[in-house]
Design a protein around this ligand. Structure first.
Ligand code: IPD
Ligand code: CA
Length: 256
């Protein structure tokens, strides 16, 4: 199954690479867009993934979704990093998770611009292009902290920047890639040490959360005891050495 999902993700990546000047449309809220390529890639993924597992449910960014159930469900972002895609910043990813009982059991993140395929299966470890990966062992004071900035919500943006200032002062440095899936891949393979964003959707994080945990990292849905995929939620992912201080800073900034 994981092999087949990888082929499907690769084909979706080719669609992204071959799309030029795709028309874009404003979505609900500030600085929120969808392009015709997001929609076309999602249609392809829906058909291909449901052919792989007939009877599964499909939960994805560019459609209306019903609530998650315990049934097998693909949770999909056809392009995570849509603004990057629109602005040709070459940092976007296809994100596909298979959930059972509302928890990810398989996760694939494919970055077509770098041809990097991140994969994870519950209890079986995390891999990048077939090689086993692990989170970093960088201590908090030297941590590279990746963040999402919540431009659509003034209060969340303010708290994000409060937390970012503290990370900047107390940890190593900060980064903003524009794709939560790319960020979570970074944490899983040790290119970054902490990632947080105060509001993400299930399709932004479902595959990446499994990847980070299978790579030996920590994943928190802020405000929940367990990883939460039923709706929007803040998240923090990190290597275990950074967990305590990262949660402390987010709490002090009123983020959890
Ligand atoms: C976005 C990216 C971005 C994050 C936003 C997400 P999209 O996903 O993951 O990094 O900050 O919150 O919505 O809209 O490009 O699929
Ligand atoms: Ca998207």
């Amino acid at each position: 199954m994981l092999e087949k999902i990888q082929s499907i993700a690769r084909k979706a990546g080719e669609m992204i690479l071959n799309a030029h000047n795709a028309p874009s449309h404003q979505k609900e809220g500030h600085f929120n867009f969808v392009t015709d390529t997001d929609v076309a890639v999602q249609e392809y993924l829906k058909a291909a993934l449901l052919a792989l597992l007939p009877g599964a449910r499909f939960f994805a960014e560019e459609q209306e979704n019903e609530s998650l159930t315990d049934a097998p469900t693909f949770v999909v972002d056809p392009i995570d990093g849509t603004i990057n895609f629109m602005r040709q910043r070459n940092a976007s990813a296809v994100s596909i998770a298979l959930l059972e009982k509302k928890q990810p059991i398989l996760g694939v993140i494919y970055q077509p611009y770098t041809d990097e395929m991140f994969t994870a299966a519950l209890g079986k470890g995390a891999f990048l292009n077939g090689h086993s990966i692990h989170v970093s062992s960088v201590p908090f004071e030297n941590a590279v902290v990746e963040l999402g900035s919540s431009p659509y919500d003034a209060e969340l943006a303010r708290r994000t920047m409060e937390a970012a200032t503290q990370f900047l002062l107390q940890a190593g440095d900060i980064r903003r890639s524009g794709s939560a899936a790319v960020d979570l891949g970074d944490i899983a393979c040790g290119r970054g040490d902490i990632m947080f964003e105060l509001k993400l959707r299930p399709w932004d994080v479902a595959a990446g959360s499994l990847l980070v945990k299978e790579a030996g990292g920590c994943f928190h849905s802020l405000g929940h005891d367990q990883p939460y995929y039923d709706g929007p939620c803040g998240i923090m992912a990190c290597n275990p050495l950074c967990e305590k201080d990262a949660l402390r800073i987010l709490k002090e900034a009123g983020a959890c």
